[in-house]
Design a protein around this ligand. Structure first.
Ligand code: NDP
Ligand code: 2IT
Length: 445
């Protein structure tokens, strides 16, 4: 079996040289799947694994725009249309200087199985650009978004491909992108999710990823007859996912003691309460400031260049970016008593760190299960757009909770090993089988 995994991976590496994040994501999935595929020869016969690692379509395009000084700027735009076996391509757009083909392919690949787990009819995709919104004026962000959508608009549509937000793409960017699509195509259509409430957005979509990750942690804790109440919690990042994780964890009686950004982390042993969280939301979403300012405001510790994983906690929610938990970080979390990790970010733990969590048999909810709440509510936004109706906050939240529970059940179904739940295996197999079966049904796609 190891042989076949090694063989598969060396072929994958040969065909996609240099795409290290993509190889990392594929390797984790293939390691979980190979034993299942060996038991189900039809997946082998139909070469499903060989097919799912190649995007159905990869779009790369030039994005020229004029900055406030009147100078020409050029970025690269991407959309990876990975798999449409279960529905239109669906997945976020990331605007960050680190964006490249490998990172977007890893994200698109993960998205396929994540979307399958949500139970909603969505294929998988991802896109974005190496554009850095940091330090840009609203006008520059708008000019960039308009140029990006001028090309993207010919490839997307409510039944074709429906992008959304991710790192660096929030409500502001979705608005500018939507406006440009509408101008060019002369249609008001559900071509993006994460829209504002008064023009087609869904209640709870901004909250969904953080709330969903918290609900998933709650489900994992229930298997140990435990709960979030009274727990000390570390969260990394301070963007969309981090903020609403803090909100829900706090509502459920947990105490969040850390936040971070790419410059450093804050440690607030008293806990980030409702008032402090609204300060963070204003700081990050309106003033677009740095987390360091929290430390100045509340007179707590700020550590430049550090991540929160040395801080003693019971539960951890990595919510910033990929590979933000090293092997050493994972060990230090476990050594300090952390027994539950729910990944709000995509692939935040390096493979050696995942190994630490599984060797120590802690509750470890991998990203494609734990953070699926965001795209799930995007799916609900698409449903509401199709119905031309909007559901109440309670209705969407109920549906989100139900979906997170059902993802947890799928993980149990495919991931139970004696008296331990291997959520990585559960999520990978549970996400894969639906996609694979649909691909077989649909012939050579
Ligand atoms: P935001 O842009 O709102 O926030 C990102 C946060 O992470 C910021 O605090 C940012 O700090 C920090 N960060 C980003 N890149 C790095 C880096 N290279 N090193 C250290 N810190 C970094 O993004 P989101 O909150 O939406 O996304 C966070 C994570 O959650 C991502 O992995 C994303 O893929 C994932 N995710 C998001 C979903 C969504 O619905 N938004 C759904 C599912 C997963 P700084 O400001 O300094 O850059
Ligand atoms: O990684 C993710 O699931 C997202 N960024 C959300 C995608 C979406 O389409 O809502």
């Amino acid at each position: 079996m190891t042989n076949s995994i090694d063989e598969f991976m060396s072929l994958c590496r040969e065909k996609t040289p240099g795409e290290k994040e993509f190889h990392q994501a594929v390797c984790e999935v293939v390691e979980s799947l190979m034993p299942h595929i060996d038991k189900n020869p039809r997946y082998k016969k139909h070469k499903i694994l060989e097919r799912v690692i190649i995007p159905e379509r990869t779009l790369m395009f030039r994005v020229p725009w004029l900055d406030d000084a009147g100078d020409i700027q050029i970025n690269t735009g991407y959309r990876i249309e990975m798999n449409s076996a279960l529905g239109p391509y669906k997945g976020g757009l990331r605007f960050h200087p680190s964006v490249n083909l490998s990172i977007l392919k890893f994200l698109a690949f993960e998205q396929v199985f994540k979307n399958s787990l949500t139970t909603l009819p969505m294929g998988g995709g991802k896109g974005g650009s190496d554009f850095d919104p940091k330090g840009k004026s609203d006008n520059e962000v708008m000019k960039f978004c308009q140029s990006f959508m001028t090309e993207l608009c010919r490839h997307i549509g409510p039944n074709t491909d429906v992008p959304a937000g991710d790192i660096g793409v929030g409500g502001r960017e979705i608005g500018y992108l939507f406006g440009q699509y509408k101008r060019i195509r002369n249609e008001f259509a559900g071509i993006l999710t994460g829209k504002a409430l008064n023009w087609g957005g869904s209640l709870i979509r901004p909250e969904a990823t953080g709330y969903g990750a918290t609900y998933f942690a709650q489900e994992m804790l229930k298997t140990k007859k435990d709960s979030i109440k009274g727990k000390t919690v570390t969260v990394s990042g301070s963007g969309n996912v981090a903020q609403y994780t803090v909100e829900k964890v706090t509502q459920l009686g947990g105490k969040v003691v850390t936040l971070s950004d790419s410059s450093g982390m804050i440690y607030d042993p008293e806990g980030i309460d409702k008032k402090k969280l609204s300060y963070v939301m204003d700081l990050k979403n309106v003033k677009r400031g740095r987390i360091k300012e929290y430390a100045e405001e509340y007179n707590v510790v700020y550590e430049a260049g550090k991540r929160p994983w040395d801080i003693k906690c019971n539960l951890a929610f990595p919510s910033a970016t990929q590979n933000e938990i090293s092997k050493q970080d994972a060990q230090s979390l476990v050594d300090n008593g952390c027994f539950c990790v729910a990944e709000g970010a995509n692939m935040p733990t390096v493979p050696e760190g995942v190994e630490v969590f599984s060797d120590e048999k802690i509750l470890y909810g991998p990203s494609k299960a734990a953070n699926a709440g965001g795209v799930a509510v995007s799916g609900l936004e698409m449903s509401q757009n199709s119905l031309r109706l909007s559901w109440t906050r309670e209705e969407v939240d109920q549906r989100l909770q139900h979906i997170m529970k059902s993802i947890h059940e799928t993980c149990l179904k495919y991931g139970k090993e004696n008296n331990y739940v291997n959520y990585v295996k559960g999520a990978n197999i549970g996400g894969f089988v639906k996609v694979a079966d649909a691909m077989i049904d649909q012939g050579l796609i």
